[in-house]
Structures are given as C-alpha cells and as structure tokens.
Design a protein around this ligand. Structure first.
Ligand SMILES: *Cc1c(COP(=O)(O)O)cnc(C)c1O
Length: 362
C-alpha cells in the first residue's frame, strides 16, 4: 500500500483510515450485493438501508430530537447561504447575522439578496482574531433568526459556547466543526454543514432543521430549494450523492467507536492543546492569530517572524511528510487543520518539527 503522509488540508480533508479501508474493500461489490455502491439504484433496498442507517447513526451520535429533520442535500454549505433565507426569512422581516470570518460574510451576501440583514456584531476590524462576546451582540428580539458560523475555518476561531439569543431561532453554519465535540442540538433551529471537512467526501451537505421552521417556506420556491421537499421525500426526491452518503455512514460508525462526541471532543482538545502549548511557549517565534478565548480546536493558525521563514517552514514540512500547512491568504502564515480524522501522531510530528525549526531559525 502507498504510504500516507500527514494531511493538514482545510478541506476536502483527511478521512479516517479504517473508513478508507472499508470503502476500498467494498468498492467492487458490497458484501452480499455483488454490485458497487457506485452502481446501485438510490431506490434500492440496499441504499435505503444505507441512508436510513446513516441518519439513525447521526441521530444517536448527536441525540437529535424527533422534532428535527436530518437532510442530505447538495450544493454545499454555499447553497445553504441562500436556502436558509429563501426558506425561513419571510418577506418584510429581518435576520441577525454575526460576522466572524469570510464564510459569515458570504452568508450575509446571499441573505442580503433575498431579504433584510442586520449585522448584530462583526470582528472584521480585528481581522477576525476572535468571536464577539455576548455584550457586544446587537440582537433584534423580533429577528426571523440569528445566524452564526460556529468555526471560522480560515481564521482559526471557534465559538466556545452558543450565544444567548432568547427565543429567536439560532441557525449555524457548522461546516468545519460539526461533530467535533458534544453538541446540544436543542440550542439550534437549523444546523448545516458541507461534508468535506468533518463528515465525508465532498458532494453532500448535512442539514438538521427543526420541524416548526418548515412552515415558513414560501409556496413559490422552486421544488429543489424548498426544505419541505427534502423532508417529505426523506432526501430522496431526486438522486442523492449516493457515494458521499455511504462514506458519511462509515464515518458516523467510526465516530461511535471513538466514544461518540464526548470521546472525539476530548481527543480533539488534546490535539489542539499540543499545538497551542507549542505556540505559547515559543517566546514569540510562533505568533497565534486567534485570541486565546476564541481558539479553534479544528484550524490552528499562526505566523512566523517573516514571510520568508513561513515559506521555508511550509516547504520543509512538506519534505518531512506534512502537507497542506500554508495559511489562507487573508491571514497568511500557517494553518494546521486537525479535524476529527486527523491523527494525534501527525500533531506530534508537527510539534517536533516546529521546535526543531525554531532551534535552527530562531
Ligand atoms: C468550507 C466552508 C464552507 C463552504 O462549503 P462548500 O461546501 O464548499 O460550499 C462554508 N462555511 C464554512 C465554515 C466552511 O468551512
């Protein structure tokens, strides 16, 4: 087998090795079926069992209450930026958006095309190095919903707990930290996530939506853009991304084996701590971008003393078998994405490399 390197990419990102192994083993023919999952009908009993099993495992993993729908959609988180306001922002009302990074801004842009948006808070003037504190939020008690981005993939910040929004429905783009720690679904009215960071290969978008929101969708919506269609048809109105849902099912089983969200949450916190401790004890050689109260356990962002050293860091790390460490251009520097499936051994290798790099260049 080809040797695998440590993949720090922000997304599409690393998948659990046992999942890749099982998908590979069964790719020619699913056991007892004689056909590949790539070839079977989405109306077959086999696929029915796969999609319902995946939903069931998600419900158990996150303790999703019965009054929420679990939907498998397409178009990525980016389509949700538009589908959310299309469905749940009634004409004449306004939605609150808390802006904590580039993805929040894109969500605002789409909502602004479809209705009225209030920016309840933004940390853009600080280059999104933190999420806002509760007293900074200018929330409208009459808002149709409040939208947050739970983890800011590019900037490396994450909400430690949900903002208090009273009775207003909370909507979250959780693309880059979904199922990375314990999650109280009842705090949210709608959670969406593109799969390619923490759930599955690209191609499927997970949406968890509370039933009462479904009544808001205008009757004029195109069928495919109406959450009611997908809720009614159990995500089988049209051909769903069969393979991505199949792999998501394997990832959910793997997560149960990790001790569920509590178990994976502990592992993720430990992995992140190894890196943040290294940054904090470097005497200023490595400068973390995120403020301590907003640090992400999924994307660790930092700068080095010069751009030249950053370039060298990325190049030498790649030679040492660590790929995908170049930061996004809006932050610069380094970004280590360490999602659920990223192994602790890879974090330890990076920490060793960082200390050695500092010794040679500090
Ligand atoms: C990656 C990402 C997106 C975009 O997801 P697509 O599935 O490519 O549309 C949106 N929000 C966040 C927080 C992301 O990390």
């Amino acid at each position: 087998m080809t040797e695998r390197i440590f993949n720090f990419a922000a997304g599409p990102a690393v998948l659990p090795e046992p999942v890749l192994g099982e998908a590979q083993r069964d790719l020619m023919a699913l056991p007892g079926i004689g056909m590949s999952v790539l070839e079977i009908s989405h109306r077959s009993k086999t696929f029915e069992a796969i999609i319902r099993g995946t939903e069931e495992d998600i419900r158990k993993l996150a303790r999703v209450p019965d009054n929420y729908q679990v939907l498998f959609l397409q178009g990525g988180a980016s389509l949700q930026f538009a589908m959310v306001p299309m469905n749940i922002l009634p004409a004449g009302s306004q939605a609150d958006y808390i802006v904590t990074g580039s993805w929040s801004k894109k969500a605002v842009k789409e909502a602004g095309k479809l209705g009225r948006v209030n920016i309840a808070a933004s940390t853009e003037s600080e280059n999104f190095c933190r999420v806002p504190q509760q007293p900074e939020l200018k929330l409208d008690p009459e808002a149709a919903y409040v939208h947050i981005t739970t983890n800011n993939t590019i900037f490396g910040t994450e909400w430690r707990r949900e903002p208090e929004v009273g009775r207003v429905p909370l909507v979250a783009d959780a693309s880059s930290d979904i199922f990375s720690r314990p999650l109280d679904v009842t705090r949210y009215a709608l959670i969406y996530a593109g799969a390619q960071k923490n759930l599955a290969p690209a191609g499927v978008t997970l949406v968890i939506i509370r039933d009462d929101l479904l009544s808001r969708s205008p009757k004029t919506l195109p069928t495919m853009l109406d959450y009611n269609t997908h809720a009614r048809e159990k995500s089988l109105y049209n051909t769903p991304p069969v393979f991505a849902i199949y792999v998501m099912g394997l990832v959910m089983k793997w997560l149960h084996g990790q001790g569920g969200l509590e178990g994976i949450g502990r592992k993720n916190a430990e992995k992140a701590k190894l890196l943040y401790d290294t940054l904090d004890s470097s005497g200023g050689f490595f400068r973390p971008h995120a403020r301590p109260d907003s640090r992400s356990n999924m994307n660790v962002t930092f700068r080095l003393p010069s751009e030249e050293l950053e370039k060298r860091f990325v190049a030498e790390a790649a030679k040492a078998g660590m790929d995908g460490l170049k930061g996004h251009r809006s932050v610069g520097g380094i970004r280590a994405s360490i999602y659920n499936a990223f192994p602790r051994a890879g974090v330890e290798a990076l920490v060793t490399f960082m200390k050695e790099f500092q010794r040679r260049n500090g």
